[in-house]
Structures are given as C-alpha cells and as structure tokens.
Design a protein around this ligand. Sequence first.
Ligand SMILES: Cc1cc2nc3c(=O)[nH]c(=O)nc-3n(C[C@H](O)[C@H](O)[C@H](O)COP(=O)(O)O)c2cc1C
Length: 175
Amino acid sequence: MKRVLIVIGHPYWSRSVANKGIVESLGGLDRNIVFSNIKELYPEGDIDVDAEQKKLLDADVVVFQFPIMWFGAPSLMHKYMEEVFTYGFAYGKGGDNLKGKQFIVSFTAGAPEDAYSATGAEGYTMDEFMPPISALAHYCSMHWAGYVGSYGMMNPSPERCSAHASRLLDKIDSI
Ligand SMILES: Cc1cc2nc3c(=O)[nH]c(=O)nc-3n(C[C@H](O)[C@H](O)[C@H](O)COP(=O)(O)O)c2cc1C
C-alpha cells in the first residue's frame, strides 16, 4: 500500500469545518496515511524540520491539504515549504531526497467553482493559480499529480467533506 503523507497547513485549525471534516473522513479509514498538522504540532510556529523531513522521506505520496486564502496556499503552508524544503534536502547539491515522489494538492475554496474564470470574481482559473505550488514539485523532481479541490466550502456538510476525501483517495489510488 502506498505510504501517504498529508501535510495540513491551516492557520485557523480550531475553527476549520471543511479541512477538519476531510481529515476526519480520511483518518477513519484503514489506509497507510500519516497526518502532519502543522498548526496543531507547532502552535508556537517552531517547526521541527528534521522530523518533518523524515516524514517526507518515508512517504511515496505527499499531499498538501489547505484552504485557499487569497488565491493560494495560506502563509502557514508557505512557512512549512520555506523551512522544510531546504537546499541539500529537497533541491540543489545532494538535494534529491524527494525525487520521484508523487505530489498532490488538496484544497478547499470558499468561492464557487464558476468564480474561478477570467470573467468570474476570482479573475483567473484554478489552474492558473497552481504554479507556485506545482513548480515546487517540479523543482524538487517530484511528480506533479495535480489537485483535488472542493468549492463553496464555507461550513460544508459532513457528506461534502467525505466526498472530497473519496476523490482524494481515488486520485492517490490512480497514480
Ligand atoms: C484570509 C482568508 C482568505 C481567503 N481567501 C479566499 C480566496 O482567495 N478564494 C476562496 O475561494 N476562498 C477564500 N477564503 C475562504 C476559505 O478558502 C474557506 O473559508 C475555507 O476553504 C473553508 O475551509 P475551513 O472550514 O477548513 O476553514 C479565504 C478565507 C480566509 C480566512
């Protein structure tokens, strides 16, 4: 069974409904999934870089789970990237530890799906917002396996959260 690491980068975890619901759905399954909830593990912001890099080494599939904030990943997710995806580990000389791993983004968005277009409220498609993160995968020689997203996720029902979790598992199984 593929070893999956889900890194959760939600700055307001205690009041999350959507991401929490998705993670709870996934946690109840008999799957080889390790969850790394950055806000819960490091409430003061002091990320244990060695521990997080070890989790990456042990994974075949890496998933970033987050709510879209200002058209991309929240600052906490970026802080994780900046501190954990280091030179010599994730890229650069000797930094080929992530080579060949699969990489997926799993996001929730507050806006409806049709807002993500040139003429919609967000002004761009979700594909156009992805490169800052898909490029991370490319730069670190990981396989960009794409994203699983759910839109209109303000206070979603448990059913919508578990539907997202199912789609994410389908993607993991298909790669
Ligand atoms: C600071 C902030 C910025 C946000 N920016 C966006 C955005 O750019 N596009 C969008 O669709 N939703 C945006 N949202 C809505 C969140 O994506 C939504 O609340 C979240 O996906 C719900 O998940 P949760 O219940 O786990 O927090 C934003 C929310 C906050 C708090």
